[in-house]
Design a binder for this molecule. Structure first.
Ligand code: PMP
Ligand code: GLN
Length: 396
């Protein structure tokens, strides 16, 4: 047999994928299972969403809604998304041309990136990133231009944003409320993004999956509602976080018909369509269960306070998140070289899993010492985890 250089699976992998490591969420959830640790890593709640929404899904399954849904989504869900945007934000949408349903926000982001980014073009992205952004930009052959949100308060550095834009930039990918930091762009920061987008004729894709999980009386403001931004903004959200059904993977894209149809042009070749019986159930959730996410946000705020004060008692520097499922802590005092080492040692030392936030940064100096902790878990789980951390030797 002649020696072959193509025998290893790694060599067969397309080069554009080789630089993308496997998602940290799979790695750390597998580690939690393997070690029997409490999982404060991957962001999913351990209690499901409203029973009436499950019932609506069961009804849809029994009613035979089991064949392909229309590519852009079932009409009642597109209508429900339009009504939701009108009710919360005063955004009037035509559900037939300005709303499409996607396989979670993940597919929406992928479709938007594939549809809008030419090979070699630059996309400005906030770092720390949500990890699929990096993978999608790589797969599109685009170039990411990070704007770093820096600890301890993760505010947008407007000068850095301006400096990140070059003549090869055509898009910005924004995430607010922001995973992993839990920061929300405030009015001035949103306005700065809008100013830059308008000045440089950029399209902005905004991932707003945590729009309802905001704390201390804050309100989420969609970027598309700022003057001049409607025509150049693609807005993404999902039922996963709003209704505690992260496994359902039902998301949506809204915006002007021209941009939504461009995103659909890519989306139709990714999944085409998904989750036919879940789509009417999410329509039910959006129209009937608004109370659920209001209560959820209140409960999460209490859990945030519990986790943040517990971690602070362990002498970690913790930023108080304004929204989301997550709190970020500086773990330098424990003497580890980086957050990956800390997180890999944590299951054995404490029986707890958290996410090494450095994997979401290009700028390693900005992220090396940061760890993300999820508080979207039952109170007893958070208390148990804090007790284990307090009892453990966390020093390198
Ligand atoms: N964007 C962000 C910022 C997220 O945190 C997540 C995880 N919920 C997603 C997108 C993916 O959402 P989905 O599960 O709806 O695909
Ligand atoms: N959004 C979730 C998180 O940030 C994870 C989603 C996933 O596993 N891809 O933890």
């Amino acid at each position: 047999m002649p020696a072959s250089t193509s025998a290893s699976p790694r060599n067969r992998m397309a080069t554009r994928l080789r630089s993308i490591p496997p998602t940290i969420f799979s790695e750390m959830s597998a580690l939690a299972l393997r070690t029997g640790s409490l999982n404060l890593g991957q962001g999913f709640p351990d209690r499901d969403g409203p029973a009436s929404v499950v019932e609506a899904a069961v009804e849809a399954l029994r009613a035979g809604r089991n064949q392909y849904a229309p590519g852009p989504g079932v009409p009642e869900l597109r209508q429900a998304v339009a009504e939701h945007q009108a009710r919360h934000y005063g955004i009037e949408l035509d559900p037939t041309s300005q709303v499409i349903v996607t396989a979670g926000a993940t597919e929406a982001v992928a479709a938007a990136v594939f549809a809008l980014v030419e090979p070699g073009e630059e996309m400005v992205v906030l770092e720390p990133y949500y990890d699929s952004y990096v993978a999608c930009i790589e797969m599109a052959g685009g170039v990411r231009r990070p704007v770093t949100l820096r600890a301890p308060d993760f505010r947008l550095d407007v000068d850095a944003l301006r400096a990140a834009v070059t003549d090869r930039t055509r898009t910005i990918l924004l995430n607010t409320p922001h995973n992993p930091t839990g920061a929300m762009l405030d009015r001035d920061e949103l306005q700065a993004v809008a100013d830059v987008a308008l000045e440089h004729d950029l399209v902005v894709v905004t991932d707003e999956v945590y729009e309802h999980l905001v704390f201390d009386g804050r309100r989420h403001v969609p970027l598309c509602t700022l003057p001049g931004m409607w025509d150049r903004t693609v807005t993404i959200s999902s039922a996963g976080k709003t209704f505690s059904f992260t496994g359902w993977k039902v998301g949506w894209v809204t915006g002007p018909a021209e941009l939504v149809s461009i995103v659909l042009a890519a989306k139709q070749w990714l999944t085409f369509t998904n989750a036919a019986p879940l789509q009417p159930a999410v329509a039910h959730a959006l129209t009937q269960e608004a109370g659920f996410y209001e209560e959820l946000a209140g409960g999460l705020q209490t859990k945030r306070d519990l986790l943040v004060s517990g971690l602070r008692e362990l002498d970690m520097d913790v930023y108080l998140p304004e929204a989301t499922y997550f709190a970020t802590a500086d773990v330098r005092r424990y003497g580890f070289r980086d957050s990956m080492e800390f997180c890999l040692a944590l299951p054995e030392r404490a029986g707890v899993v958290a996410i090494p936030e450095q994997v979401f940064f290009d700028d390693q100096d900005a992220g090396r010492h940061l760890v993300r902790w999820a508080f979207c878990k039952e109170t007893s789980v958070i208390e148990d985890a804090l007790g284990r951390l307090a009892a453990a030797d966390l020093y390198a």
